[in-house]
Design a protein around this ligand. Structure first.
Ligand code: SF4
Length: 325
């Protein structure tokens, strides 16, 4: 099936769910099997700092959200988590934080160098940086950088992310690619007020960016945020269609399978949500390296909840996939 135009995407979005599962999802899953060997990629994830200077309208960690208890893990503690992840068998690590200018870029470089010495594939999501900083990260041994565009319409982006602007974001995305880092990017699916046409535009931009990983999830409201007052969770059904379309448009990329199911209280580790995503063509799950007490406060969305390696292995068994570390 060809998914190339806005109309192609909108046709799939409008398709009855049974037809989607019998056609688009089957093709997406088959493509993953033929192109990538049906592997489920397991990644250790560490939200090492939940302090953020920004005010994104949808994010629980926005600077003015007093409901969140803030923490910042020292570099030594981050590296200890890396050691534990290595002992558990992980070869990939994803470090994520709010935009915290006080963490110190030198500390980030030291962490990356130390993890690189342990042969990790290192993905980072620490916000917008200068052109030179992406190059320094690459030189220190980072492999991939996550900078989502979240919404591809300039005016919507500028409203939702008032601490930055669309042109700056797109310039940053270009710098990441120029630095030689792999680019992970994508959008929020089905946030309040989003039209099918806007969602289709987001998918086409994701394709055009030449990404390595699509960290896609549906909109999930976070308490204490302005956008939570405008509407509830995004449709998990639409999100599964997005996953399959991304797989068909870009067979070799990684796609997040850490997805919610119908019971949102189970967060992103809902076995049914994860399994549906794997069966729709997604291929990547995360084990949270944060202690539970802190994980509750890494709250970009409510009920974020991810689980450990046992969960990843059980999902792989149920989806008849092999785990790749
Ligand atoms: S989405 Fe990122 S940059 Fe925006 S408030 Fe949340 S943590 Fe900060």
């Amino acid at each position: 099936m060809n998914i190339e135009s806005k109309k192609d995407v909108m046709d799939v979005l409008a398709m009855p769910q049974t037809e989607f599962w019998n056609t688009v999802a089957v093709e997406a899953k088959q493509l993953h099997r033929s192109e990538n060997g049906n592997t489920l990629i397991a990644t250790a994830m560490l939200g090492f700092d939940n302090i953020c200077k920004n005010q994104c309208l949808y994010c629980g960690m926005r600077a003015s959200n007093a409901a969140v208890e803030r923490y910042r893990l020292e570099p030594d503690r981050v590296l200890r988590s890396g050691e534990i992840a290595a002992e558990m068998g992980f070869r990939r690590i994803f470090l994520i934080s709010g935009e915290d200018p006080k963490y110190g870029f030198e500390n980030i470089l030291k962490i990356v160098e130390a993890l690189n010495a342990k042969d990790f594939f290192i993905s980072l999501a620490i916000g917008e940086l200068s052109k030179n900083q992406y190059v320094e990260l690459k030189n220190a041994g980072a492999d991939e950088y996550v900078l989502k565009f979240e919404m591809s319409q300039r005016e919507v982006f500028n409203r939702m992310k008032p601490s930055t602007d669309y042109d700056r974001r797109m310039k940053g995305i270009g710098w990441i690619k120029e630095s030689g880092l792999e680019l992970a990017s994508g959008s929020i699916v089905d946030y309040p007020g989003q039209t099918a046409e806007q969602l289709a535009e987001d998918l086409l931009l994701t394709r055009d960016l030449g990404i390595s990983w699509a960290p896609v999830i549906p909109y999930m409201p976070a308490k204490g945020t302005p956008l939570a007052l405008e509407g509830g969770s995004g449709s998990t059904e639409k999100n599964l269609k997005v996953i399959s379309m991304l797989r068909i448009m870009m067979p070799r990329i990684n796609i997040t399978a850490q997805q919610p199911g119908k019971d949102l209280s189970k967060g992103l580790a809902d076995p049914q949500g994860n399994l549906d995503a794997l069966n729709a063509g997604a291929n990547m799950l995360f084990a949270d390296m944060l202690p539970d007490a802190l994980a509750r406060n890494f709250s970009v969305v409510d009920n974020r909840i991810t689980l450990g390696l046992d969960h990843i292995e059980s999902m792989a068994r149920e989806a008849f996939m092999s785990v790749q570390f």
